[in-house]
Design a protein around this ligand. Structure first.
Ligand SMILES: [Zn+2]
Length: 95
């Protein structure tokens, strides 16, 4: 049987996916609310899909992407709210 958390997780995933494909921050907002209500945290892989501050899904026309190869980070600058989200990136190793 599925627990409440499993159901919440599923819903969050569906909403974020929908928000990303439709570029609509509303779905992301809804997903966050469900997370808060049910005390389910956002799955790690979904955190890389939208702006933390305003919920705008990452895409080429809403965000500026910069790569800082010295520090090995990728910076997504949200063009809507100006928030900068930094992600560490791991260089693929070809040996
Ligand atoms: Zn933003």
């Amino acid at each position: 049987m599925k627990s409440k958390k499993d159901i919440a997780n599923e819903r969050i995933r569906l909403l974020v996916d929908k928000g990303v494909s439709e570029k609509n921050p509303r779905y992301v907002e809804l997903a966050r609310k469900i997370g808060m209500k049910t005390r389910v945290s956002m799955p790690k892989d979904l955190k890389f899909k939208f702006c933390k501050k305003c919920g705008t899904p990452f895409s080429a026309d809403t965000h500026r992407v910069r790569i800082n190869s010295k520090k090995n980070i990728v910076v997504y600058e949200c063009l809507k709210c100006g928030h900068k989200t930094r992600f560490p990136y791991v260089r693929e190793k070809h040996l």
